[in-house]
Write a protein that binds this ligand. Structure first.
Ligand code: F0G
Length: 456
């Protein structure tokens, strides 16, 4: 089994974001052996190679008509901007990407903007945005002939990794915080055949353990420190721009956890700008839960000069992360695009999630921080009413049904300090009714609901 992964092809380079050194290959933990910073993949020759952006755009569109698996993937369709070292024979694809954009008319009204869209990454094969990165990084693992792949996760990365590993004929090792991920996500990794270890710690603790494991065994690390993950996740921004007919929105709002996704989307916008595919940058802003806000604190307390790790706590378990690996990459994106950070409370997250649901879209709690954050950014004057805003919804509603049921039944915050505030949920709560099995009972309920307006 090889201990290292390599990039040997034409355009792409593995470069350290700290010291800038270019490396032939990555170590097991994907950190620079000289300075310990993360690596990224760059394409120094891309500009000369793709001198005609219109040609690229039309080629990508043409592939939509093709039946080839690579073209059917909403990630590999954009393969000119992926590392070409990954041979087509090794690609593991579940037709990821190809996710819809939806307008959110009610949420727009609530937030106070005229044009609000959601790019719903929860519509990927395993129900989260992770699939777009996993197809690329898992393919790299397969090409490197790794037998085992591994990740620490709050549930979505592990679900995605387990699926792609199974499809690629590899074994997968999942480290998750015990009792702190949703059942939906846990059940996915079991069903896809992962060796699933629930560690008595949090996500940050799982990450620490895994970093040691990959140094002691030839296991391929599939967390978002792996730069191939970010290359795949980049394509969501390219697909978004294609869907918007290359009209750049004013704002893109992303939830922040380990900060890989915001880094990846930002990288995509910068590369598209560099290649002349777009003519200006959207402001990319990151929203975190108040209880898991290391990036927000880093910006507000230290001007982004150092990270302020926190002991993370939030019901949005996907982003319950206190020591995010990609904070420097994310900060670079905020600076380059003129974006900002915001934090939102547990109550604000729950309310926003129900509001997105009421628009007929739905998402998991971590995704709803985007709408909750947008409301605050409008109030702050950072987002203006007339500006077009895109929310990146990262996970599917069915990822965490327990949260949703508790919300509608009114016991999400029962016995907690938020119980009082939860009164504001009333108009959004739609608890299930238990009735006798006769038409009169149902018709009564219907008439009652009609009287009460649209909520029941
Ligand atoms: N939204 C969802 C639904 C997520 O699962 C995650 C991260 C994020 C947002 C944050 O993205 O980490 O790139 O900033 N989930 C990881 C996991 C950590 O293990 O599934 P990020």
């Amino acid at each position: 089994m090889p201990e290292k992964s390599t990039i040997e092809e034409t355009g792409a380079q593995l470069r350290c974001i700290g010291c800038g050194n270019v490396r032939e290959s990555a170590c097991a933990d994907f950190r620079c052996p000289d300075c310990g910073e993360l690596l990224e993949i760059s394409y120094p020759n891309a500009k000369s190679k793709f001198a005609h952006p219109a040609l690229l755009k039309s080629q990508w569109l043409e592939r939509k008509m093709s039946g080839l698996p690579l073209d059917r993937s909403g990630v590999w369709r954009f393969r000119e901007l992926l590392p070409s070292s990954l041979g087509a024979d090794h690609v593991i694809t579940l037709r990821e990407g190809n996710t819809p954009i939806y307008d959110l008319p009610n949420c727009a009204r609530i937030a106070g903007v005229d044009r609000l869209w959601a790019k719903h990454q929860g519509m990927n094969p395993t129900g989260s945005f992770k699939d777009t990165g996993m197809t690329v990084a898992a393919s790299a693992a397969r090409q490197g002939k790794f037998r085992w792949v591994a990740c620490a996760s709050t549930g979505n990365t592990s679900a995605s990794m387990a699926a792609y590993a199974a499809r690629g004929g590899m074994r997968s090792l999942v480290l998750i915080p015990e009792g702190k991920i949703s059942w939906g996500k846990l059940s996915q990794s079991l069903d896809y055949g992962a060796l699933t270890c629930q560690l008595r710690t949090d996500f940050d603790g799982c990450m620490r353990v895994l970093n040691e494991v990959v140094k002691r065994m030839p296991v391929y690390l599939l967390n978002s420190v792996n730069p191939y993950r970010l290359e795949g996740q980049k394509t969501a921004a390219i697909e978004l721009m294609e869907q918007l007919e290359w009209q750049v929105p004013a704002h893109v709002i992303v939830p922040g956890g380990n900060l890989g996704n915001s880094s990846a989307l930002g990288k995509a916008f910068l590369e598209m700008m560099d290649l002349g595919l777009i003519s200006r940058l959207p402001k990319l802003s990151v929203v975190q839960a108040e209880g898991a806000n290391p990036l927000v604190r880093s910006v507000r307390e230290c001007g982004g000069k150092k990270l302020v790790p926190v002991q993370a706590e939030t019901l949005a378990t996907a982003i319950r992360i206190g020591n995010p690996a990609s904070w420097k990459k994310a900060l670079r994106v905020l600076e380059a695009t003129g974006g900002t950070v915001e934090q939102v409370s547990e109550v604000e997250i729950a309310l926003a999630k129900a509001e997105i649901g009421a628009d007929g879209i739905g998402c998991e709690p971590a995704s709803a921080v985007t709408l909750a954050g947008l409301k605050k950014l409008v109030k702050r004057g950072f987002v203006e009413r007339s500006e077009t805003v895109i929310l990146i919804l990262t996970g599917h509603l069915l990822k965490d049904p327990e949260f949703t049921l508790k919300f509608h039944r009114g016991d999400l915050f029962a016995g907690t300090s938020h119980e009082q505030e939860a009164g504001i949920f009333a108009s959004q709560q739609r608890p299930p009714l238990v009735l006798d099995a006769n038409a009169d009972a149902v018709l009564n309920a219907l008439q009652q609901a009609e009287k009460n307006g649209s909520s029941h």
